[in-house]
Design a protein around this ligand. Sequence first.
Ligand code: PLP
Length: 283
Amino acid sequence: MNKPLEACLTIAGSDPSGGAGIQADLKTFTALKVYGCAAITCLTAQNSKGVLSYKAIDGNFLYEQICLVLEDLPISHIKIGMVGSKEAARTIGKSLQGFKGQIIYDPVLKASDGSSLIQPGTLEQLQDHVLSKATVITPNLPELQILTDTSCETPQEAISQASHLFEKFPTLEAIVITGGHFPTESNALTDFLVIKPKSNSKRGPQIEKSSHQRISTRNTHGTGCTFSSAFTAYHLKNGDHKKAFLKTVEFLDQLLRKSSLYYIGSGHGGLVHHLFEQEQRNL
Ligand code: PLP
Protein backbone atom coordinates (compact mmCIF):
# COMPACT_ATOMS: atom_id res chain seq x y z
CA MET A 1 0.00 0.00 0.00
CA ASN A 2 1.22 3.54 -0.75
CA LYS A 3 2.07 5.66 2.26
CA PRO A 4 -0.63 8.09 3.45
CA LEU A 5 -0.08 11.72 2.44
CA GLU A 6 -0.89 13.93 5.42
CA ALA A 7 -3.41 16.55 4.36
CA CYS A 8 -5.10 19.74 5.56
CA LEU A 9 -8.82 20.45 5.53
CA THR A 10 -10.09 24.02 5.40
CA ILE A 11 -13.64 24.69 6.65
CA ALA A 12 -14.44 28.17 5.39
CA GLY A 13 -16.51 30.42 3.14
CA SER A 14 -16.14 30.75 -0.63
CA ASP A 15 -14.82 34.01 -2.12
CA PRO A 16 -15.47 34.00 -5.90
CA SER A 17 -12.85 36.71 -6.41
CA GLY A 18 -10.20 34.25 -5.25
CA GLY A 19 -8.54 36.45 -2.63
CA ALA A 20 -9.94 35.13 0.65
CA GLY A 21 -11.77 32.12 2.06
CA ILE A 22 -11.34 28.58 0.75
CA GLN A 23 -9.86 29.84 -2.50
CA ALA A 24 -7.02 31.55 -0.62
CA ASP A 25 -6.61 28.55 1.69
CA LEU A 26 -6.31 26.00 -1.12
CA LYS A 27 -3.90 28.22 -3.08
CA THR A 28 -1.79 28.60 0.06
CA PHE A 29 -1.72 24.84 0.69
CA THR A 30 -0.63 24.24 -2.91
CA ALA A 31 2.00 27.02 -2.85
CA LEU A 32 3.43 25.30 0.25
CA LYS A 33 3.16 21.84 -1.32
CA VAL A 34 0.57 20.48 1.06
CA TYR A 35 -2.51 18.54 -0.10
CA GLY A 36 -5.65 20.58 0.65
CA CYS A 37 -9.31 19.62 1.09
CA ALA A 38 -12.18 22.12 1.54
CA ALA A 39 -15.62 21.99 3.18
CA ILE A 40 -17.70 25.09 2.43
CA THR A 41 -19.65 26.83 5.21
CA CYS A 42 -21.17 29.60 3.10
CA LEU A 43 -21.06 31.27 -0.28
CA THR A 44 -20.23 34.96 -0.53
CA ALA A 45 -20.78 37.37 -3.41
CA GLN A 46 -17.82 39.74 -3.39
CA ASN A 47 -14.92 41.21 -5.30
CA SER A 48 -11.92 43.35 -4.44
CA LYS A 49 -14.28 46.24 -3.57
CA GLY A 50 -16.10 44.41 -0.77
CA VAL A 51 -18.61 41.78 0.29
CA LEU A 52 -22.12 42.27 -1.14
CA SER A 53 -23.87 39.31 0.49
CA TYR A 54 -23.53 35.74 1.73
CA LYS A 55 -25.64 32.61 2.02
CA ALA A 56 -25.05 29.92 4.62
CA ILE A 57 -24.88 26.29 3.48
CA ASP A 58 -27.43 23.98 5.07
CA GLY A 59 -26.06 22.44 8.32
CA ASN A 60 -26.66 18.79 7.34
CA PHE A 61 -24.88 19.32 4.06
CA LEU A 62 -21.91 20.96 5.81
CA TYR A 63 -21.84 18.01 8.23
CA GLU A 64 -21.71 15.55 5.32
CA GLN A 65 -18.89 17.46 3.63
CA ILE A 66 -16.72 17.43 6.75
CA CYS A 67 -17.47 13.86 7.82
CA LEU A 68 -16.89 12.35 4.38
CA VAL A 69 -13.46 13.99 4.14
CA LEU A 70 -12.47 13.03 7.69
CA GLU A 71 -13.55 9.39 7.37
CA ASP A 72 -11.55 8.90 4.18
CA LEU A 73 -8.47 11.13 3.95
CA PRO A 74 -5.46 11.27 6.31
CA ILE A 75 -6.27 14.74 7.68
CA SER A 76 -3.87 15.81 10.42
CA HIS A 77 -4.65 19.56 10.40
CA ILE A 78 -7.90 21.49 10.09
CA LYS A 79 -8.09 25.20 9.42
CA ILE A 80 -11.38 26.97 10.19
CA GLY A 81 -12.17 30.38 8.72
CA MET A 82 -15.54 32.06 8.12
CA VAL A 83 -18.20 30.10 9.99
CA GLY A 84 -20.99 32.60 9.24
CA SER A 85 -23.99 31.14 11.07
CA LYS A 86 -25.01 29.62 14.40
CA GLU A 87 -25.98 26.43 12.61
CA ALA A 88 -22.54 26.17 11.00
CA ALA A 89 -20.83 26.71 14.38
CA ARG A 90 -22.88 23.90 15.96
CA THR A 91 -22.32 21.63 12.96
CA ILE A 92 -18.56 22.16 12.98
CA GLY A 93 -18.42 21.38 16.70
CA LYS A 94 -20.42 18.17 16.17
CA SER A 95 -18.40 17.00 13.17
CA LEU A 96 -15.03 17.57 14.88
CA GLN A 97 -15.86 15.58 18.00
CA GLY A 98 -13.11 13.01 18.36
CA PHE A 99 -10.72 14.68 15.88
CA LYS A 100 -7.26 14.38 17.42
CA GLY A 101 -5.12 16.62 15.17
CA GLN A 102 -4.44 20.34 15.17
CA ILE A 103 -7.37 22.74 14.69
CA ILE A 104 -6.27 26.23 13.66
CA TYR A 105 -9.10 28.75 13.89
CA ASP A 106 -8.96 32.16 12.24
CA PRO A 107 -11.86 33.95 13.97
CA VAL A 108 -13.27 35.74 10.92
CA LEU A 109 -15.91 38.14 12.15
CA LYS A 110 -15.77 41.13 9.79
CA ALA A 111 -14.37 41.81 6.32
CA SER A 112 -11.88 44.64 6.06
CA ASP A 113 -14.55 46.79 4.32
CA GLY A 114 -16.45 46.62 7.65
CA SER A 115 -19.20 44.21 6.55
CA SER A 116 -20.11 41.57 9.12
CA LEU A 117 -19.31 37.99 8.23
CA ILE A 118 -21.35 36.41 11.04
CA GLN A 119 -25.07 36.38 11.76
CA PRO A 120 -25.95 38.53 14.78
CA GLY A 121 -25.72 36.54 18.02
CA THR A 122 -23.30 33.89 16.70
CA LEU A 123 -20.35 34.75 18.95
CA GLU A 124 -21.49 32.56 21.84
CA GLN A 125 -21.96 29.55 19.55
CA LEU A 126 -18.51 30.17 18.06
CA GLN A 127 -17.00 30.10 21.53
CA ASP A 128 -18.94 27.02 22.66
CA HIS A 129 -18.52 24.88 19.54
CA VAL A 130 -15.48 26.11 17.59
CA LEU A 131 -13.11 28.00 19.89
CA SER A 132 -13.56 25.26 22.49
CA LYS A 133 -12.00 22.75 20.03
CA ALA A 134 -9.20 24.91 18.59
CA THR A 135 -5.53 24.23 19.34
CA VAL A 136 -4.35 27.51 17.77
CA ILE A 137 -6.15 30.77 16.99
CA THR A 138 -4.86 33.56 14.74
CA PRO A 139 -6.82 36.74 15.56
CA ASN A 140 -5.89 40.27 14.56
CA LEU A 141 -6.35 42.99 17.18
CA PRO A 142 -10.06 43.79 16.50
CA GLU A 143 -10.88 40.05 16.54
CA LEU A 144 -8.98 39.56 19.80
CA GLN A 145 -10.86 42.50 21.34
CA ILE A 146 -14.16 40.83 20.49
CA LEU A 147 -13.07 37.38 21.69
CA THR A 148 -11.78 38.73 25.01
CA ASP A 149 -14.51 41.36 25.34
CA THR A 150 -11.88 43.99 26.13
CA SER A 151 -10.55 47.12 24.50
CA CYS A 152 -6.88 46.01 24.61
CA GLU A 153 -4.78 48.24 22.41
CA THR A 154 -1.08 47.80 23.00
CA PRO A 155 0.82 44.54 22.34
CA GLN A 156 1.32 44.09 26.11
CA GLU A 157 -2.40 44.43 26.81
CA ALA A 158 -3.25 42.13 23.90
CA ILE A 159 -0.82 39.42 25.07
CA SER A 160 -2.12 39.64 28.60
CA GLN A 161 -5.76 39.35 27.50
CA ALA A 162 -4.92 36.55 25.05
CA SER A 163 -3.25 34.61 27.89
CA HIS A 164 -6.57 34.47 29.78
CA LEU A 165 -8.02 32.52 26.86
CA PHE A 166 -5.78 29.56 27.80
CA GLU A 167 -7.71 29.23 31.08
CA LYS A 168 -11.09 29.55 29.40
CA PHE A 169 -10.35 27.21 26.46
CA PRO A 170 -8.17 24.31 27.68
CA THR A 171 -7.50 22.82 24.19
CA LEU A 172 -5.72 26.04 23.10
CA GLU A 173 -1.94 25.57 22.81
CA ALA A 174 -0.96 28.82 21.12
CA ILE A 175 -2.33 32.18 19.99
CA VAL A 176 -0.93 34.17 17.09
CA ILE A 177 -1.79 37.87 17.23
CA THR A 178 -1.17 39.43 13.84
CA GLY A 179 0.25 42.91 14.25
CA GLY A 180 -1.23 44.96 11.40
CA HIS A 181 -3.65 46.88 13.68
CA PHE A 182 -1.27 47.90 16.47
CA PRO A 183 -0.41 51.61 16.41
CA THR A 184 3.28 52.10 15.48
CA GLU A 185 5.42 55.17 14.99
CA SER A 186 7.75 53.54 12.50
CA ASN A 187 7.12 51.58 9.33
CA ALA A 188 7.77 48.29 11.12
CA LEU A 189 5.13 46.01 12.54
CA THR A 190 5.35 43.01 14.83
CA ASP A 191 3.37 39.75 14.94
CA PHE A 192 3.25 37.77 18.20
CA LEU A 193 3.05 34.09 19.09
CA VAL A 194 1.86 33.37 22.62
CA ILE A 195 2.50 29.76 23.71
CA LYS A 196 0.61 28.28 26.66
CA PRO A 197 2.84 27.48 29.63
CA LYS A 198 3.27 23.78 30.49
CA SER A 199 0.82 22.71 33.22
CA ASN A 200 3.63 22.14 35.78
CA SER A 201 5.42 25.40 34.96
CA LYS A 202 5.33 28.45 37.23
CA ARG A 203 6.29 30.68 34.31
CA GLY A 204 3.89 32.70 32.20
CA PRO A 205 3.34 32.05 28.49
CA GLN A 206 6.31 31.98 26.11
CA ILE A 207 6.20 34.96 23.73
CA GLU A 208 7.83 34.96 20.30
CA LYS A 209 7.93 38.06 18.11
CA SER A 210 8.60 38.66 14.46
CA SER A 211 9.07 42.21 13.21
CA HIS A 212 9.02 43.23 9.57
CA GLN A 213 8.43 46.23 7.33
CA ARG A 214 4.84 47.25 6.57
CA ILE A 215 4.50 46.85 2.81
CA SER A 216 2.70 49.66 1.11
CA THR A 217 0.08 47.97 -1.09
CA ARG A 218 -3.66 47.90 -1.75
CA ASN A 219 -3.50 44.13 -2.34
CA THR A 220 -4.27 42.98 1.18
CA HIS A 221 -7.55 41.13 0.65
CA GLY A 222 -7.49 37.74 2.35
CA THR A 223 -4.19 38.20 4.18
CA GLY A 224 -5.81 36.90 7.40
CA CYS A 225 -7.04 33.70 5.67
CA THR A 226 -3.69 33.24 3.96
CA PHE A 227 -1.77 33.73 7.21
CA SER A 228 -3.83 31.15 9.02
CA SER A 229 -3.71 28.55 6.24
CA ALA A 230 0.06 29.04 5.82
CA PHE A 231 0.49 28.48 9.57
CA THR A 232 -1.57 25.29 9.19
CA ALA A 233 0.53 24.03 6.26
CA TYR A 234 3.85 24.83 7.93
CA HIS A 235 2.69 23.20 11.14
CA LEU A 236 1.82 20.06 9.18
CA LYS A 237 5.32 20.10 7.67
CA ASN A 238 7.31 20.73 10.86
CA GLY A 239 4.99 20.05 13.84
CA ASP A 240 6.19 23.09 15.76
CA HIS A 241 4.30 26.28 16.64
CA LYS A 242 7.34 28.56 16.71
CA LYS A 243 8.79 27.34 13.40
CA ALA A 244 5.35 27.51 11.76
CA PHE A 245 4.89 31.09 13.01
CA LEU A 246 8.28 32.33 11.80
CA LYS A 247 7.92 30.66 8.38
CA THR A 248 4.39 32.05 8.00
CA VAL A 249 5.51 35.62 8.65
CA GLU A 250 8.23 35.24 5.99
CA PHE A 251 5.72 33.70 3.56
CA LEU A 252 3.30 36.60 3.97
CA ASP A 253 6.07 39.14 3.66
CA GLN A 254 7.27 37.67 0.38
CA LEU A 255 3.74 37.33 -1.05
CA LEU A 256 2.72 40.88 -0.10
CA ARG A 257 5.87 42.24 -1.77
CA LYS A 258 5.40 40.25 -4.96
CA SER A 259 1.64 40.78 -5.17
CA SER A 260 2.01 44.56 -4.73
CA LEU A 261 3.33 44.79 -8.31
CA TYR A 262 0.04 43.63 -9.90
CA TYR A 263 -3.44 45.00 -10.59
CA ILE A 264 -5.94 42.48 -9.17
CA GLY A 265 -9.19 44.46 -9.18
CA SER A 266 -9.93 48.11 -8.49
CA GLY A 267 -10.28 47.74 -4.70
CA HIS A 268 -8.16 45.63 -2.39
CA GLY A 269 -6.77 42.85 -4.58
CA GLY A 270 -5.89 39.44 -3.19
CA LEU A 271 -2.45 37.91 -2.92
CA VAL A 272 -0.97 36.09 -5.90
CA HIS A 273 -0.16 32.86 -4.11
CA HIS A 274 1.53 31.15 -7.04
CA LEU A 275 4.27 33.81 -7.01
CA PHE A 276 5.67 32.31 -3.81
CA GLU A 277 9.13 30.82 -4.24
CA GLN A 278 10.45 28.46 -1.63
CA GLU A 279 14.12 28.93 -0.84
CA GLN A 280 15.90 25.78 -1.99
CA ARG A 281 17.77 25.30 1.28
CA ASN A 282 14.53 25.41 3.31
CA LEU A 283 12.46 22.95 1.31
N1 PLP B 1 -14.68 36.47 2.55
C1 PLP B 1 -14.39 35.33 3.11
C2 PLP B 1 -15.04 34.08 2.60
C3 PLP B 1 -13.47 35.30 4.14
O1 PLP B 1 -13.15 34.15 4.75
C4 PLP B 1 -12.85 36.52 4.57
C5 PLP B 1 -11.86 36.59 5.63
O2 PLP B 1 -11.42 35.66 6.22
C6 PLP B 1 -13.19 37.68 3.95
C7 PLP B 1 -14.11 37.63 2.95
C8 PLP B 1 -12.60 38.96 4.38
O3 PLP B 1 -11.43 39.20 3.77
P1 PLP B 1 -10.79 40.63 4.04
O4 PLP B 1 -10.48 40.65 5.48
O5 PLP B 1 -9.59 40.67 3.20
O6 PLP B 1 -11.81 41.63 3.68
